[in-house]
Ligand binder design. Structure first.
Ligand code: CP
Length: 312
């Protein structure tokens, strides 16, 4: 199926049919990771540039692995290794990279809206938003939706709790969009100081009490406190935060017996989630990471493969 947008900037670019189509393509690529030779020729001769102006372990590595498993030429550029460290602007950097004719740019940037600004200066090159400030992280939401569907066999009708620093979380914003598209009920949970006023306008419930709401949840999505985006700490101490909003074995006893627990990473063990829960039987954290490679293979293929060219 044709994706309406040439770029993946936001979950609002994708309707339910398009997301289903991405998942169908993902399914065809999942088994490549289990082969002795983990490579298919789908993107031979294509160039993917990973342009990361913010640190990343999972997203950058999985985009690199995804591109290489599709036989694309993959180039990684970080802020510290690029001429941005000498004062070059983002748009000048992108225009210079465009002169080398890449097929796809994968961009992570601390400023909300940076990939959208880059998209406006692109000609044929496609762009994938790998996380822009506190705005969106659409590929994370896609892999999260797929992971939920893998384990619950559906998304519609599930009650998903997103817990923690909602205000600074691009993961929360993108997941809310995707989960609502699939008909899930979403409740955001955290201290008042970390829940943006007006978030109910996105069609989500709001709770300030994890212990109260946890028995209703089918999926618990824990979030890290985004210290790098905080000014003053919006809670008295990490210990108090953890006591009220941390997921540990005692509070988990209140949850449904088939609850699943997710976290986009990086995990701060002992703050938002205890090690026993992060590594326990309800945790899907490493399934999320595994699915990230196949989902990103699908996105690279759909944006730059022969399929995309025949639809152009
Ligand atoms: N989930 C996620 O975006 O992790 P990284 O910051 O390691 O890419």
């Amino acid at each position: 199926m044709l994706l309406r947008s040439p770029h993946i900037l936001s979950m609002s670019d994708l309707n339910r049919e398009e997301i289903e189509s991405i998942f169908q393509t993902t399914d065809t690529f999942r088994e490549v990771g289990g082969r002795p030779i983990k490579k298919v020729p789908a993107l031979r001769g294509k160039t993917v540039i990973n342009l990361f102006f913010e640190n990343s372990t999972r997203t950058r590595t999985s985009f690199e692995i995804a591109g290489k498993r599709l036989s694309a030429d993959v180039i990684n550029i970080s802020k510290s290794s690029s001429s941005v460290s000498k004062g070059e602007s983002l748009l000048d950097t992108v225009k210079n990279l465009m002169a080398m004719s890449p097929d796809i740019l994968v961009v992570r940037h601390p400023a909300a809206g940076a990939p959208q600004a880059v998209a406006r200066v692109l000609d044929k090159t496609r762009i994938i938003n790998a996380g822009d400030g506190a705005h969106e992280h659409p590929t994370q939401a896609l892999l999260d939706l797929l992971t939920i569907r893998d384990h619950k066999k559906k998304i519609e009708g599930l009650h998903v709790g997103i817990v923690g620093d909602i205000a600074h979380s691009r993961v929360a914003r993108s997941n809310i969009g995707g989960l609502k598209t699939f008909g899930a009920k979403v409740t955001v949970i955290g201290p008042k100081s970390m829940i943006p006023s007006g978030i109910a306008g996105l069609g989500v419930g709001v709770s300030y009490d994890l212990a109260e709401v946890i028995p209703e949840l089918d999926v618990i999505m824990m979030l890290r406190i985004q210290s790098e985006r905080l000014g003053l700490r919006p809670f008295p101490s990490l210990r108090e935060y953890s006591r009220a909003y941390g997921l540990n074995l005692p509070i988990l006893q209140r949850a449904k017996p088939d609850v699943v627990i997710m976290h986009p990473g990086p995990v701060n063990r002992g703050v938002e989630i205890s090690p026993e829960v992060a590594d326990g039987p309800f945790s899907l954290i490493l399934d999320q990471v595994k699915n990230g490679v196949a989902v990103r293979m699908a996105l690279l293929y759909l944006l730059a493969g022969e399929f995309a060219e025949s639809e152009a």
